[in-house]
Write a protein that binds this ligand. Structure first.
Ligand SMILES: Cc1cc2nc3c(=O)[nH]c(=O)nc-3n(C[C@H](O)[C@H](O)[C@H](O)COP(=O)(O)OP(=O)(O)OC[C@H]3O[C@@H](n4cnc5c(N)ncnc54)[C@H](O)[C@@H]3O)c2cc1C
Length: 446
């Protein structure tokens, strides 16, 4: 069923050179990269803070993969981590040589970075449509407390995670059926943990990657993992949680105040995050699972006897939804075989984590990330960065990682700015110049 919406003129809320929609790791990096090239940049976000999944779903484990031999792009991804550390918003990461980010402190760190950079932030503003003229995107339609308006731009970067703008534009995309998408998760944190007892238990019975990953690289299954090894299995066996409860997963930081944060144990399946009914069910089911998880932890996890709910992430976290069909569609073969591309805009270590496949980059192997994965078909002056870039499921298990989202974000931001400055489109932009600008910005592209 459908209804006719009457055509009407709407006010223009703002005009800019580069509009970035979505303030997650990809959008944040895109906006910073664009502003650093000296073009006017707006970063639009539907919520009142930046960070995307990192803050909304408390995904604090930005670099849990990092080991001595890991080779990375550097660039803005690394800067986000270092800026958060200087801001006092990180913890030691027990799984890696990197740091865990404090989700709430990262909101403040990201505010500061954006304000310092000259990017114009626009919060509480939802992009709900695209303005397309002769195959070129000219801006987006927005909804907010200010009403229905438009933001006009010379170039748009879709960093919504769900490829919303590409979909509104009519660009082709793929999306698995809901039942085949990765599950969504409600992140939460607890207080009242006896951290001494918890730490002792971890030291005594450490989790390992092989406890949860079905396919790992030889030797990597023994690496430490912040994984609750048997809590939920015991709770299922004793009927504390239902036999078919999907609870399973990880903890992130342990604070001196007796908190354990970023608990990633809730798993809600059969959710298409572009469907509001599915999202509604996921939010309610996710919170219900979180309370059941706390009950199981209180009974079976040493140190958690007096744990209680401290905080929820502000939205269920999505791992996978739409992916654009790009000028180039990355493959599992590419990410596992050190692929090289003429149009590389950065590198990412051979780090895969999804669908039970886990490869930790202990070897120094890495692949180049091609510009083509961000270029949608049929619409020009639109780039797509982050977890919705073009590729198959296995390549997604690398490109969905927040640090890889920062690589595509920075690449998109620099390319959009170069296109604006040279009065070309993002489809025809001088890629050699984009690569030079990225190297100047501190990105390793080869
Ligand atoms: C529970 C969980 C655990 C994970 N664990 C890890 C991990 O350990 N390590 C890792 O690297 N990755 C992990 N991931 C994956 C990672 O978090 C995501 O792939 C990554 O955050 C994607 O970044 P992004 O910038 O593309 O999108 P997102 O982080 O989803 O950000 C998109 C942003 O766009 C905004 N937005 C969306 N639509 C609109 C719109 N129409 N208008 C305006 N704004 C909009 C959103 O509010 C959001 O801020 C995990 C994900 C989940 C859910």
């Amino acid at each position: 069923m459908s209804v006719f919406e009457e055509a009407k003129n709407i006010p223009v809320l703002a005009e800019t050179d580069v509009l970035v929609v979505g303030g997650g790791p990809a959008g944040l990096s895109a906006a910073l990269a664009s502003a650093r090239e000296g073009v006017d940049t707006i970063l639009m976000e539907r919520f009142g803070f930046l960070g995307g999944n990192l803050t909304q779903a408390m995904v604090e484990s930005l670099v849990w993969y990092r080991h001595e031999g890991t080779v990375e792009a550097g660039g803005i991804g690394r800067e986000l981590e270092e800026f958060a550390a200087a801001y006092g918003g990180t913890y030691p990461d027990p799984e890696s040589t990197g740091r865990l980010l404090d989700a709430d402190m990262f909101k403040c760190a990201a505010d500061e970075l954006i304000v310092q950079s000259g990017v114009r932030p626009l919060f509480h503003c939802y992009a709900v449509g695209a303005i397309i003229v002769d195959g070129l995107i000219r801006g987006v339609i927005t909804e907010s407390k200010s009403g229905r308006q438009a933001v006009l731009a010379k170039t748009v970067i879709d960093a919504t995670g769900d490829a919303d703008i590409a979909a509104f534009s009519g660009a082709p995309f793929t999306k698995e059926p809901a039942g085949e998408l990765m599950c969504v998760t409600t992140g939460f944190g607890v207080s009242g943990v006896d951290t001494v007892s918890f730490r002792e238990h971890i030291a005594d019975q450490p989790g390992k990657i092989g406890d949860w990953a079905s396919l790992t690289m030889k030797g990597e299954e023994e690496l430490f993992s912040a994984y609750f090894t048997d809590v939920f299995e015991k709770a299922r066996q004793d009927g504390v949680i239902p036999e078919d409860s999907p609870l399973e997963g990880f903890w992130h930081a342990i604070t001196d105040a007796g908190e354990v944060t970023g608990l990633n144990v809730v798993r809600v399946f059969d959710v298409d995050s572009t469907n509001v009914w599915d999202l509604t069910r996921a939010e309610i089911e996710g919170r219900r699972q979180a309370l059941a998880a706390i009950e199981a932890l209180r009974r079976y996890q040493p140190g958690f006897e007096n744990a209680k709910l401290r905080t929820f992430g502000s939205s269920v976290g999505t791992r996978e939804s739409r992916k654009i069909v790009g000028r180039y569609n990355l493959t599992g073969y590419d990410v596992k075989n050190q692929a090289q591309f003429e149009d590389t805009i950065g590198i990412f270590p051979e780090f895969l984590d999804a669908y039970g496949i886990v490869i930790i980059p202990t070897t120094g192997r890495y692949f180049q990330v091609p510009y083509g994965v961000m270029v949608p078909k049929e619409v020009d002056n639109l780039l797509v960065a982050g977890r919705c870039v073009a590729g198959d499921q296995v390549s997604h298990s690398a490109t969905r990682q927040m640090m890889c989202c920062a690589v595509t974000g920075q690449g998109a931001g620099a390319a959009a700015a170069v296109a604006v400055k040279n009065s070309t489109t993002t489809g025809t932009v001088d890629l050699a110049m984009v690569q030079r600008r990225l190297e100047k910005q501190g990105v390793r592209i080869k």
